[in-house]
Structures are given as structure tokens and as C-alpha cells.
Design a protein around this ligand. Sequence first.
Ligand code: SPV
Ligand code: MN
Length: 625
Amino acid sequence: MPKNFEKTLLKRLSKENADKLLALPNEKLHKFVAEAIELCNPDSVFVCSDSPEDIGYIRRRAIELGEEKNLNVEGHTYHFDGPNDQGRDKEQTKYLLPKGMQLGEELNTLGKKEGLAEIRGLLKDTMRGREMLVRFFSLGPINSPFSIPAAQITDSAYVAHSEDLLYRSGYEQFKRIGNSPDFFRVLHSAGELENFVSKNWEKKRIYIDIEDELVYSVNTQYAGNTVGFKKLSLRLAIRKALREGWLSEHMFIMGVHGPAGRTTYFTGAFPSFCGKTSSAMVQGETIVGDDLAYLRRINGEVRTVNVESGVFGIIQDINPKDDPLIIKALTTPGEVILSNILVKDGVPYWTGDGKEHPDSGVNFTGNWFRGKKDKSGADIPPSHKNARYTIRLSALPNLDPRADDPEGVPVGGIIYGGRDSDTCVPVQESFNWSHGVVTIGASLESETTAATLGKEGVRAFQPMSNLDFLSIPIGVYIRQHLEFTLGLLKMPKIFGVNYFLKGKDGKFLNDKKDKYVWLKWMERRVHGEVDAITAPTGLLPYYQDLKELFKQVLDKEYTPEQYEIQFTTRIPENLRKLERIEAIYRKDVNTPKAVFDVMEEQRQRLQAAKAQFGEYVSPLVLIKK
Ligand code: SPV
Ligand code: MN
């Protein structure tokens, strides 16, 4: 049987490209490429061997095909996705379910047979007149027990180029894995293009074949739908992690620097638009990754690696004052792709960049001018809210020296944070692992944002910031977290942060940079160097510790009044949150009983505090004399 695939490959690939592909002795890979060729019918096939010439070719093609255009700064390009292709499309992203398998009602699924017939129909002949690009990556560091090999086929040079910035090269790794079938696959076509963007966006489909670990994506360009190793492979990895006893998370990884040159590593899960990338990029600390982490138990502790090696970050509000490190990377010659920003005379602009904007230019809607309206009569902003930048992590001066360590970095703490105006304090630590998993991670909520298509501003359930990507029932996922640290010698601490708490006047109670201080406080807590106040929902900082850290880190006077209002336990809001979250977990028969027990204990603590101190409890009254 394999011989047939080889025959197709030898017939449809130039000798040079066939040699590169056949140098990887993997039947499943050959079959994947041969079947994709038969389905999509490209005029030619380019196999990227990760040599500088091959990588340069893809980069050049993105410009030649018009998918990217040059900006004035050397190496910088921009790309537009169509007006209806500006975010991850949740509705059209579905799991293909083999007969007899169930994933619960919450997940968007479709019968495998029906789904494959549909998506193969949509992919049929899409590459006629085009070149198919075949690329190989390593999800996680090269030569690491964490890593997963992955192959992508696409007809978009923008997608293949983006991946070059975002993932570690994998051609050599495929040589090493030989005939192993254990790798992820993605087949993407942008479909018919009009003005360089996917024309048939109404037939956009992203289907995930969980049985075969193969993702199909068509009629879309937005990287979250097409760069198969972001959220699409995250979904595959969550199932693999469940089978193999590790965790695949939507988390940044960073090194927080403590006294005497100490570095303590944290992972952090935040839904989009909640300060995740900017937390991972805090000046003075070091970054390992900003979006995806694999966590494993190794030698009695939790260790983690960044799945990626680049950043696909939200550009809105990135400005020299708040994000000097990102701005430096975005203004220095080197490889940078900006998407869905405003361009005028080769200069990019975006909302919140702190610059004066021109009155016209080009953006994701074509020619743009101030006052341009969309179909509903609303003003079209210069850049899309979900406009992004793509860079290599190595372009950042604050890259952690252990970012590519095949053994990963040890996890001292896990941080969860959502967009919450009225319930949670700015920073707190859980009492223990299961309290943190249940009341912080599994209870994460956030106001919805523009990273997915749909309504904004609604409070959404976002457990571990991973709900959108769960490919297993939520109750099973939470159980996996609860059990993950069983028997470990060193337990990571779990923290909850909230950068978005508002006062009665509707204004934020914290500055953007206050997170610098929360990180330092958490770092001290991991080493037991500061005490904490026991509140009904967790352990809170003492004023004095924060005051000192504010002075040290930000040279800011932190007042007792600020502290008291920020760290007041808001009991009615917390009780309502518990009710909302519990109702959700009650719906899943897989939810472990421990979840409800931990919630009940939290409810009792809140009620007891209410009886003793009233509905809004100052941290000061909780201090044990
Ligand atoms: C996110 O939205 O969480 C992202 C970008 O990190 S995307 O690739 O769209 O998932
Ligand atoms: Mn993300």
C-alpha cells in the first residue's frame, strides 16, 4: 500500500521536493501528503526542509503572492484577513465524532462521516493553479520528552511564514521519529481568494478529526483558524494529555525574578484580552512563552515548556509607555508580521498606539478614511480590535535563558485571571491545590472580547481559560487537574488575579502596571517569605508587603485606602459567582464530587464572614491579632 503513495508523490513532486519528503521515512506522512495532493490538486508542491533557502523561499512567496506587503522597516510586513475573518470562528470549528463517541452537549460536534464529506468537498481542487506548501514543526523544544511533532499542509504562504516565527523547526525531528505515526497533522486551504483574502468566508469550516489527530481548515486565513498548531492542535493535545497523564494548557510561562538573583517560574491562564501577553512581558521579568504550555510531572515536581517559539499577540493598546519591550521588537528591523492594522505610506498604526493617526489609509476593510461606517452604521476603527503582531520570541530582549530547555522549567505557581469588574480581589492565593483548581481555575469567568466572533461584554464562563479548546467533557478535564499533583513532593501554588476590578464610579481600581507588584508578591509567597491574611476566598497580601513592593518595583506610594478598597471581600458578588459556577458543573455528570465539596466550604466561609462582618469585608478586620 505505501508504494502507491510514493508513486503519487514521485509523479506530482519535482525531484528536489520528492527527495526532501522521501528523506523522511514515514508512511503516514507520505499518505497525508499524497492524499492532500489528490484532494486539493495543487500545480506544484513545495516541501520545506527548514534550510535557510527553503525558509527564505516561503517568506518571499508571501510577498510575491500578495498575502503580505512590505512596511518601511526592514523585514516588517503586514497581512489582512477579510472583514468576516477577523477572529477564531467558534461556530464553524467542530469536532468530528466517530460513531459511538460522545463529548457532551457543550462541545460543538459533527458526525465524522458527514463532516469529512463536507470538508473534503470544500477542499476539492482548491489548490488548482497554486503551490502546496508542506512544513514540519516541533510543538515544544527540540529533543524533549514534552514535544509533539507536527506537519502542516497549506496553500497560504502567510500561514507558512507565520509558523516559521511561531514554532520550532521540525524537519530534522521527523527524520528522527522514523516511521512513528505519533504526530499531529493540519490541512489548510484559504480557498478562492479575492483581493488576497478568502472569498467564500460563508463556507469557512474548521473541523478537527480527534480520532486521526488531523485538522482541516478551509476558506479562512485568520491565524487562529489556520495556523494549525495554536488552538487547533491544543484541542488535540488536550486529549493526548488526558490519555498520557499530563496537562495541555492555554497558558503563558514566565520567570519572575526574586531576591538574590532567584528566578521562579509561573504559568498563567487568561482568556484573550485579559492581560495575558502583557503579564508575560512585564519589564524586569523574563518570558518563556505567551500562549500555550505543556505541563508534566517530572521527578516529583511540575515542569513546563512553551509549545511555541513566537508570539501572535494582540496589538491594540500596545504603546511605548506600557509595553516598551514589545514596542522595541515592533520597531526594530527584523522579521515582524502585523495583521489587520492601518497602513499609510508604509507606516503601521493601531488603536491605542499612542501615535497621531492619519485620516486615511488601508485596513482590513480596504481603503479606510476617518468616519467610514460598516453595514450597521457603526464607525470602522483604523485597526481591528483583534489586530495582531507576529514575532519570534528571540526578538525580545527579555527572553528567558531556559526558554528552549528540553527538560522544561519548574512551575512555582499557576496564575488564573479574567476580566471581572466587581467580584474578585486583584490578587489572592488559594488555600491548597484543590481549592485553587476549583474556586480559581475552574471558576474563571471573563467578559467576552473580540478574539472570537460574536457579542462583546457578556460575562462568560472560562475555566482555566481553556473552555473554547476542550475536547473532553469539562468534568473530566477538572478531574484531570485535581489528580495531576497527587503524590508530588513540590506543589505549585495557585493564584487568582484580577486586573479589571472597578470602583463605584466605574473606573478601574488598579493601574496597568500594578501587575508588576502582584507578580513579585506571588514570587515571595512561593518561597514563604511573606505572610498572608486568611479571607473567605483565599489568602490575601498584607498592606505593608504591598506598600514596600509598590515602592521598590514602581516607585509608587500605595495608600491604605487603595489597599482596603481593592482587597475588600465582596461577599454578595462572590456568593452569586459560586451559584453560577456550581450550576454549570451540576450539568456535567463527570464532575468530581470534590468540586461541589470545595464550593460548599467556600460558601460557608463567605456566609460566616457575612454574619460576622457584613457584606463587604475589609482585609483589615480579618487580620488575626
Ligand atoms: C487567543 O485568542 O487566545 C489567541 C489568539 O491566543 S488565537 O490564535 O486566535 O487563538
Ligand atoms: Mn490564546
